[in-house]
Each structure stands twice: as C-alpha cells, then as structure tokens.
Design a protein around this ligand. Structure first.
Ligand SMILES: [Zn+2]
Length: 272
C-alpha cells in the first residue's frame, strides 16, 4: 500500500490557516485536550493546579471562543487557566493569546529570541492586525522546565523554523496510565540552507531528548503533518475497545520524525 512520508502543503494550506469558520476538538488523553481549526492546533493540559494552554491558533475572537468552548465541553470550565506556552513567534501559534490573557490573567511563556522575532519580523508584514499584540511574562529556553500542579513540561530549544523555536515534552495519562507526549514546535523547515541545517540539527536534538524521556506520543500543532483532523474525528467517535491513536510508541515517534527529515531534505533539493 502506498503511504505518504511527507505532508501535502499547498497555497490552500496557507489560506486555510485563516479560516475561522470551522473548529473541532477532542479529549485525546485523560488530561489533554486538542483544539483545531482546519490547519492549526493548540492543546490544553490539565494539572492539579489549573490548566496550561500550549499555542493559541490565530488572532481572532472565533479562535478564542473555540478554545473556551472546548475547555467547557471537557468539563474543565471551573478550572483556572494559569499559563499559555507558545512554541514560536508566528501568528498562527501566538494566535488569540491577547484574548486569553485578558480573560484569564494567565502567565505567558516564549523564548526571548522569538519574542523579539515576533515583534521585528511579523509573519504577515503588510497586515498590522496580525502583528505582536501581547506581552510575554516569562522567557524560557532549552533545558528549562515549567511546572504547574502535578505536571512538568520540559523545554527543548529547537531553532530552525524560527530562530527561537521551542519544542515540548510532557506527561499525559490514558486511563490513568502514564505516557510522555512530544510536541515538535516548528513543523516546516525555513527557506535558507543554513536554516534547514539548523532545523535538522534541532530535530536530532529533540529526538534524543524524546528518547531519554521515553516519549511515545506524537503531537503536532499542524493538522497536515499528522492527519490531525482525521485523528480528532476518530478520537471523538472512538469506542472503548479501540486504541488511542496518539500513542505510537518510542519507535513510532522516531518514525514520525522522519516526516520532518523528509521536509528538510526536500527543501534543500528545492534550493539546488
Ligand atoms: Zn510557524
């Protein structure tokens, strides 16, 4: 059977990142919620001391409403939302953080490098409504940890996609059994040869960190990378005897990372 080893990313993919007419969400672990529009996803991690949101989709009220609704639907409406962690300083991840900060008075986290990058190099330079529109409370970097209640998130510096891109490893449970989730922060390689080299080096680094933490769960903040919408649809209708489709094992996680290696080498070929 013919299986893809690279995602299909087209001009339509880029346009669809701004389509705020469709959202979906699913509880993918006991303590982890995913919220997606057509192309971009964010996560909400439950802890004993409140919720942590990771990435924030797009700067729109609809994205904010979708995240709030998903939290309520998960039964977590009474939980304080304490933190917003960003993977990197692109508008499709910094997203609706301004609304989240206003509503929840949460603390925001990003690398200092990408906070400056977000300010000085907006992804859509001709559109002020997409520029940096809220502050970062805590700068985080490689080897930092962010702890709330019973959860600790491990921070990996994985520059390449952006200069200060971060990836995260954190524990989740499935039917109370522990697993370790890995979220590669910057999906696609940048458009320079040097940048692709850095991206691939970061990938090796993150794979080693994931191996050390025995990561067996692959998460993506872009649905085109991991059949994201199909995995959500499956999870929403998953019956009790069916496997959790996000748990792919440590070998599975290594194979998943091959997608990023392929993207990197394709980019280098395109530049030749
Ligand atoms: Zn990005």
């Amino acid at each position: 059977m013919n299986r893809l080893n690279t995602p299909l990313v087209t001009q339509e993919t880029i346009r669809a990142m701004e389509d705020m007419s469709f959202f979906t969400h699913a509880m993918i672990f006991d303590d982890l919620l995913i919220v997606s529009q057509r192309e971009t996803s964010c996560f909400v991690l439950w802890t004993t001391d409140g919720l942590i949101i990771i990435d924030a989709i797009w700067p729109s009220k609809q994205a904010f409403d979708a995240i709030v609704n998903a939290i309520r639907d998960a039964g977590w409406g009474g939980c304080p939302v304490r933190k917003l962690l960003l993977t990197h300083g692109h508008v499709d991840h910094t997203g609706c953080g301004r609304w989240l900060a206003d509503r929840y008075h949460l603390k925001t986290y990003l690398s200092e490098t990408d906070d400056i990058f977000w300010q000085e190099h907006p992804a859509k330079p001709d559109r002020p409504e997409t520029w940096k529109d809220y502050g970062i409370d805590y700068y985080i970097q490689d080897k930092d940890t962010v702890t709330l209640g019973n959860k600790t998130i491990y921070v990996c510096g994985t520059p390449g996609h952006t200069p200060g891109c971060l990836s995260y490893l954190f524990p989740v449970t499935e039917d109370s059994q522990p697993h370790m989730a890995a979220l590669w922060g910057g999906a696609t390689p940048p458009w320079t040869r040097e940048g692709v080299g850095q991206y691939l080096k970061s990938l090796d680094y993150f794979m080693e960190a994931a191996r050390a933490k025995k990561a067996d769960v692959a998460l993506s903040n872009h649905t085109s990378i991991d059949n994201g919408l199909e995995r959500i649809a499956y999870t929403r209708k998953r019956m009790s005897y069916m496997p959790n489709i996000y748990i792919i094992g440590q070998d599975g996680f290594r194979r998943y990372c091959q997608v990023f290696r392929t993207l990197g080498s394709e980019m280098l070929q395109r530049m030749e």
